[in-house]
Design a protein around this ligand. Structure first.
Ligand SMILES: Cc1ncc(COP(=O)(O)O)c(C=O)c1O
Length: 367
């Protein structure tokens, strides 16, 4: 793995090495124009090509039909917390939300500015350790849409399949931390958004995939920049976009296509996650946070028997080139983020270190 370490950061996160090398070249000179990608106007021919290729490759990766818009906006995934209800939710109507962690809660908090919110399923009482399914899910009467966070980056839980909204409601998903990590049926959704900084590229750009009829007109008057249709109708260039972000997402889409698409990506991710989960299941020193039926393939959360040992684990791992394993402050412990571009060898190295650490410290704990 050259001179790089294994970076388990939750985002911004590890990107494919081949993409970074291509970007090094293109920062200097894109398409033999004598101008680098960071210096090209967002209205010139080179950036036309970047825009069109990024959109086309995104459509190819996600098998996205023509009645869906593919666009991108700024403001991070956090801005989507208000974009969604502002565009879709009339004042006297209700939207249903799954409460599965911090990112879901951030969205839920914004809804009362625009309309009514109903929590249709929550794992708050058990520390967000699972995804509510079956009897735990109760939709409101006639919601406009149902929103869920497909992967909970902090807790390490993931919807194993998308919820089925009640008749007449459409599905909205925050896919920031598992976008394009496995095959997806876009036609089940009204709108999907994903901050790019985990599986797609750099921070500061959000991929939006939306049913065109839904974004044709917002339900209320909104500032220009808050209307999805303005971004979609102008190829993501309503104002000056994060041009480098558009370019880099495009390179990542090409990388996915070269690897054989989302089915191949899923296989790779299953194999990587299995290395860590199989080890977790084989011992009782480390305790996983997520319930087995709700485990994330992208973010694996676990703890040592004490917070002191957690701190020591993170410190010693760092010295071995296994970096950024500290868990989010809200749950503590460790989090190994192993997005699409994270190498399998890094998962093996993590497990080797976990074994060594458990062996060394299990005695002290049991004494
Ligand atoms: C699932 C999810 N949603 C939303 C966000 C917020 O993204 P941003 O910081 O780009 O606003 C994150 C950030 O990590 C996330 O993991």
């Amino acid at each position: 793995m050259s001179d790089r370490v294994y970076n388990f950061s939750a985002g911004p996160a590890t990107l494919p090495e081949s993409v970074l090398k291509q970007a090094q070249k293109d920062i200097w000179d894109l398409f033999d124009t004598g101008i680098g990608i960071l210096e090209h106007s967002h209205r010139d021919a080179a950036f036309d090509r970047v825009t069109h290729e990024t959109e086309a490759d995104c459509r190819a990766v996600g098998n996205i039909p023509d009645d869906y818009a593919v666009t991108w906006v700024q403001g991070g995934a956090t801005s989507q917390c208000y974009f969604v209800p502002a565009n879709f939710l009339p004042e006297d109507r209700t939207a249903d939300y799954f409460q599965t962690g911090k990112w879901a809660n951030d969205s839920i908090k914004e809804v009362p500015l625009y309309g009514k919110v109903h929590i249709c399923g929550s794992s708050k009482d058990t520390g967000y350790d699972h995804i509510p399914v079956g009897d735990e899910v109760k939709y409101s009467d006639n919601p406009v849409y149902v929103q869920f966070t497909s992967n909970n980056t902090i807790m390490g839980t993931e919807f194993q399949t998308e919820p089925t909204p009640p008749e007449g409601a459409f599905l909205v998903a925050d896919m920031s931390s598992n976008m394009f990590s496995k095959p997806i049926d876009v036609t089940k959704y009204g709108l999907i958004y994903a901050g790019a900084q985990k599986n797609l590229g750099p921070s500061g750009i959000v991929l939006v995939i939306a049913r065109k009829d839904l974004i044709a007109e917002p339900v209320r008057e909104l500032p220009m920049m808050m209307q999805y249709r303005n971004h979609a109708n102008k190829e993501g260039r309503f104002n000056t976009p994060n041009t480098f972000g558009v370019y880099l997402m495009g390179q990542v889409f090409k990388w996915i296509l070269e690897r054989g698409g989302l089915e191949a990506v899923r296989e790779m991710n299953v194999e990587k996650a299995k290395i860590v989960y199989d080890f977790l299941d084989s011992q009782d020193f480390f305790k996983p946070h997520a319930r087995k039926d709700s485990r994330s393939m992208m973010n694996i959360t676990f703890k040592c028997p004490t917070p002191e040992l957690d701190a020591l684990f993170v410190e010693q791992a760092e010295k071995k080139g296994l970096t950024t394993l500290k868990g989010h402050r809200s749950i503590g412990g460790m989090r190994a983020s192993i997005y699409n571009a994270f190498p399998k060898a890094g998962c093996e190295a993590l497990v080797a270190f976990m074994k060594e650490f458990a062996h060394e410290h299990a005695g002290a704990v049991n004494a």
